[in-house]
Design a protein around this ligand. Structure first.
Ligand code: GDG
Length: 737
């Protein structure tokens, strides 16, 4: 039976070693909770770091630790202190974290960090490989493990792998600064499904994939030679019921039953009626914009001094990554800021800011959420921000105002909150005023919508949606029209091949027999290809045609003395057995003079594009342009050309990164059909990779074997994965037994 394997940097279990021995308690974080529906029973395993480095693990407890973890369905990846330094505090938190949160100035590109990151990712991948089987579903979490999907896929190609990134994926302009950007993208593309919190992160990722790896992307699918990867957004929710019911319980407690913190908050409210409490809760992280928020609070108090003594800001900053220098500096900055502002503005009755630098127990978190009239969250960048959602979930009477930064992923789903730009102090001061003065009915009207959405799309739904999408990928629900040329079909085809007396083969060239090159002239045939074609050409009973959009000069240079049969320029010219090229179709070319200037103007305006002038057609190549810009220009050119050519017998063909203008009565399909009509053939085969080959697939009789190279939609019956596979397939023809 297949099982689910979850991988994250930290295991969802807290280990504690004390005099009394070892304890293992499940963590209560959002991820651990959300994965409950996925990680249960004996069918799932969670692999991660235990929280103890090798140096911190007493050897005599190793076995007990493993046993304790096993009870929770967990397996640890042992890491040394040095590995944690380079992998976690180094590459993860001093390179990726700042870079992906747009803090280029804090980003360190250290080769040592990168090397350790690779080593540790490898350890995680190894642990997965040891524990998994082909039919398992593997879900990798977050930025610490971006290389794991590929490391696993390489060794276990049939495994179904999902990856979810909990932090933003930055725009291409930021991501491209990473020295190891290609490796990171390739690492992620080992997955079958890649999930992000928002569509924006998804779009940034796809843009980097196209620009840096030059891969084809169609909607949210990335096309590799042998696989299609789905990229999608899954906005993470919270355990709504847990927060909502905890708030209900807390509200129902009376007097001394209430927590100490709640009693203090109650006393404060009683002593200062009409005052408002504003809360902010974050890990102490520069991405959360805590220092800016404090400055904005000071700005607000100076702009609207009537609110002095009438509002108080409670900041809960949870210690985080305090080994990283940048976090130490931030801690100092915030300490100083709070000290200065409280020093300058406090009165006998009032301290503007209550600042807690610690982690509070869950009950106290609920106390803060339920007691504060406003939650003010101002991250400068945040993948999602669950605190915003948790605050709303605890507002059982539906009052409360959420002020939320537009830069948080959650802002996309929380339109009813007051959304602000954390860099705009003027706007923040005015929004705070608005929040303080907002009538309860309006607060409730906003929160009803927010609560309904959070209740519906909770963290369990999030986890299940991701898993269902991953399972759908596993079942191969890809919308391919053609069938993979599997060994069964191949054997049948070879049987037919063997017994056939007269075989006809049409082989496209670029993208089929050779890969694409930036400069088309460089895609010359290699020795292996010549050998293969020679053997097919000289095989008894086989008629081989190279059929291409290329010009006759290039093909003459490469193949004329080989005497292969060739059809070039999509069917304008034909050469058989080494004879000079002859016209196969009568074509007009007067139109070309009119079209050249149009194409030239597109070349001038599209860096990297160029014109290929053939005898009877004109091709505008844009493989080397910026991919987004190139596509945009191609659409534009298509419109211009179609309006220009009107009813003339000219048509525009969209090939693979090339647009070709040519006479309508010429295409590979017509040419192939003509060859077919010359003689009786009992085995017909055609193979090609792009749009222009579709004419062949369409035109050939149903009995023909038509094969598409790559995974695009096609009229061909079968597909193979890439040039290497094409050559292997043709090698079978040389020796069909
Ligand atoms: C990353 C991404 C993304 C906070 N203080 C205490 C405490 N918390 C809990 C909150 C909340 C969680 O910690 C913080 O979650 P966030 O989403 O706000 O932020 P990150 O830790 O940065 O998380 C983020 C998230 O991953 C999920 O994908 O949303 O964008 O940066 O659940 O309640 N809990 C307790 N005491 C505290 O003092 N018990």
């Amino acid at each position: 039976m297949s099982k689910t394997i979850i991988i994250s940097n930290r295991l969802p279990v807290q280990l504690q070693i004390s005099d009394g021995g070892l304890t293992a308690k499940p963590s209560v974080g959002g991820l651990a909770t959300g994965m409950k529906s996925v990680h249960h029973g004996g069918e799932s395993l969670w692999i991660g770091w235990s929280g103890l480095t090798k140096e911190d693990t007493p050897p005599e407890l190793e076995e007990d630790i493993d046993k304790a973890l096993r009870v929770h369905g967990c397996l640890r990846v042992p890491l040394t202190t040095a590995e944690m330094e380079g992998f976690y505090f180094g590459f993860s938190n001093r390179t990726i974290w700042p870079l992906f949160h747009y803090f280029l100035e804090y980003t360190e590109f250290e080769l040592d960090f990168w090397e350790t990151y690779k080593t540790v990712n490898h350890k995680f991948a190894q642990a997965i490989l040891e524990q998994s089987e082909d039919e398992d579903i593997i879900w990798v979490h977050d930025y610490q493990l971006m290389l794991v999907p590929q490391m696993v896929k390489e060794k276990r190609p049939n495994a179904t792998i999902g990856f979810f990134l909990h932090i933003p994926f930055p725009s291409y302009e930021i991501f491209r600064t990473l020295p190891w950007r290609e490796e990171v993208l390739e690492g992620l593309l080992g997955a079958d499904l890649i999930g992000f919190h928002t569509y924006d992160y998804e779009r940034h990722f796809l843009s980097s994939v196209r620009r840096l790896l030059g891969l084809d992307v169609s909607f949210n699918d990335v096309y590799l030679e042998n696989r299609v990867i789905k990229v999608d957004s899954f906005p993470m929710g919270i355990d709504y019921e847990k927060f909502h019911s905890a708030a209900k319980v807390s509200n129902a407690l009376k007097g001394k039953e209430r927590t100490d913190l709640q009693q203090k908050l109650d006393d404060h409210k009683a002593s200062a009626p009409g005052t408002k409490l504003i809360v902010s809760i974050d890990r102490l992280d520069y991405s959360k914009g805590i220092a800016k928020r404090i400055n904005a609070f000071e700005y607000f108090l100076n702009k609207y001094p009537e609110y002095k003594e009438r509002v108080r800001l409670i900041i809960l900053a949870v210690p985080s990554r305090s080994n990283v220098p940048q976090y130490k500096l931030l801690k100092r900055e915030i300490d100083e800021l709070v000290g200065r502002i409280n020093g300058e503005l406090s009165t006998v009755n009032w301290t503007p800011i209550w600042y807690f630098y610690r982690s509070l127990p869950f009950e106290n978190l609920i106390d803060l959420y339920t007691s504060c009239d406003i939650a003010w969250l101002t991250p400068l960048r945040d993948g999602m921000n669950l605190v915003a959602k948790e605050y709303i979930a605890t507002r059982t009477d539906k009052t409360g105002v959420l002020i939320l930064s537009e830069m948080a992923g959650s802002a996309n789903e929380m339109n009813e909150a007051l959304l602000i730009n954390p860099n705009n102090f003027e706007q923040q001061a005015d929004t705070l005023k608005m929040a303080i003065e907002m009538p309860a009915e309006q607060q409730m009207a906003r929160n009803i919508f927010l609560q309904n959405r959070l209740r519906r799309y909770n963290v369990e739904v999030w986890a299940n949606e991701f898993m269902n999408s991953l399972k759908a990928k596993k079942q191969g629900a890809d919308p391919f029209v053609s069938q993979k040329l599997n060994p069964g079909i191949l054997n049948g085809m070879l049987e037919d091949y063997k017994v056939a007396k007269n075989r006809l083969l049409f082989l496209d060239y670029d993208g089929t027999l050779v890969g694409f090159h930036k400069d088309p002239q460089k895609a010359a045939p290699d020795k292996e290809l010549y050998d293969l074609l020679d053997r097919l050409h000289h095989q008894e009973g086989t008629t081989l045609f190279l059929i291409s959009g290329r010009d006759k000069e290039t093909f003459s240079k490469w193949f004329l003395d080989k005497k292969y049969n060739m059809i070039v320029e999509h069917g304008v010219w034909i050469s058989r057995n080494g004879q000079a090229f002859q016209l196969l179709e009568k074509v007009k070319k007067a139109w070309m003079d009119k079209i050249i200037p149009v194409l030239e103007s597109f070349v001038d305006r599209t860096p990297g594009s160029f014109i290929e002038e053939k005898n009877y057609s004109l091709a505008w190549h844009y493989r080397n342009t910026d991919p987004d810009f190139g596509e945009k220009r191609a659409t534009e050119l298509n419109t211009v050309l179609t309006s220009l050519i009107g009813n003339d017998d000219i048509s525009v063909l969209n090939g693979s990164k090339v647009m070709e203008v040519k006479s309508s009565n010429v295409n590979k399909g017509r040419a192939a059909a003509r060859m077919l009509s010359e003689k009786e053939y009992d085995f017909v085969f055609s193979i090609g990779d792009d749009w222009t080959d579709e004419f062949m697939f369409q035109e050939l009789p149903n009995s023909a074997f038509t094969v598409k190279v790559g995974l695009k939609k096609t009229k061909a019956k079968y597909h193979v994965e890439g040039v290497k596979r094409v050559r292997e397939l043709l090698a079978n023809f040389v020796n069909p037994s």
